[in-house]
Design a binder for this molecule. Sequence first.
Ligand code: AMP
Length: 436
Amino acid sequence: MQFQLVKGMKDILPEEQPYWELIRHNVDLMGANYGFARLDTPVLEFTNLFKRTVGEATDIVSKEMYSFVTAGGDKLSLRPENTAGVARSYIEHGMVNQPQPVKVYYLAPQFRHDNPQAGRYRQFWQFGFEAIGDKDPVIDAQLIIMSHNFLTDLGLEVEVQINSVGDSNCRPNYLKTLRHYYQDYKKDLCSDCQERLNKNTLRLLDCKNKRCQELAEQSPQFVDHLCEECKNHLMSVLEYLEEVDIKYNLNSRIVRGLDYYTKTAWEIVEAGAEGKASALGGGGRFDDLVELLGGRPTPAVGFAMGIERIVALMQEKQIKIDKEKYCDLYIAQLGVEARKKSLRLFEDLRRDGFSLAENISKKGLKDQLEVASKKHAKYTLILGQKEIADGTVLIRDMENGIQETVDFNKIKAEVRKRLSSQVMRSLKIRTKPPVV
Ligand code: AMP
């Protein structure tokens, strides 16, 4: 019997890792630049957390959760999204007492038992940024700018689709208007939408079925039914976006799949692919979520992006990234004794913070020097039989091939001296071409 990947799962192979590494690196950088701290929540949460927040009538909760009862009788689920966990954590750890907004980010796998297809997995990775405890539209705008610029910085052309899904003040009336509109077309709707009509009416607007889409296009738009407060909020967000030249499309079909959104809702899609491609990411306000979980009324806004989809689009667009690994020093060895001594030398230099590479199992010097040049090593330290006997090391300048013999005990000082006059390659893997 041959084992295979579980349906909907994906291996992220070593050759794909440079893309992932670049994304992880940029996510951390974005956290640092905009003042968000990392928050890791567990993969497992109580099932009720998602029922309460994402909503029982949503596809995610009603059809796609990996839920089970533990031996101890707890009803748990693999998280289908991360915002509910973040809000739970915010309340549980009394973050309400910290200066607001509390700004956190995560990068973590999510699980949805959906039908797998291109760009849709059952385990997929998201990173997300959440600002909890501030109702100012400038925060919505900043998160939209972040989610947009993250992708353009990677070389992707994207656009923002934006909408408002109102609040508890104006939404009930709009939903009534929408249901009224759809009543006349009930028989034209797909079976899913017929079911959703009374339970999850907003989702009719983002159904992928062709006839449902035609009907959605003619439907009354939320922007025309917003209360004063929601309308002003949306207008302010749009003004801020214009201020930084972020192009957006007002799109009444952006309603997001989760119940907890209020006011601003947006998605980021590949430029020119609206309606065709799945979104790379999306976000929105969730002013009622913390209260829904038993906390004080706390406005919040955030977004999540799918890493598999970003990587797939970068590959499709043939965006080149530097996959090579760089090092300052390469350690080459010839012979049994030299191999032993180089094991120790490697550990010694590594602990001192040098960036190193080796191929300890290789026997020929030529092979080893080839790897050293591939990794753009500045110097190769060569230990052969003669060096072992003399207590020395041969240091080879990889740029001009000049070799010099150095006392083994002075090697650290020597390489430190030589490297200190150059740009130290402290990061072993570069995500951009090295600045030398
Ligand atoms: P959502 O939490 O549904 O708003 O999704 C936010 C982003 O996560 C989407 O725009 C996708 O990039 C990604 N995503 C959502 N579901 C999946 C999935 N099943 N497989 C891969 N990526 C997904």
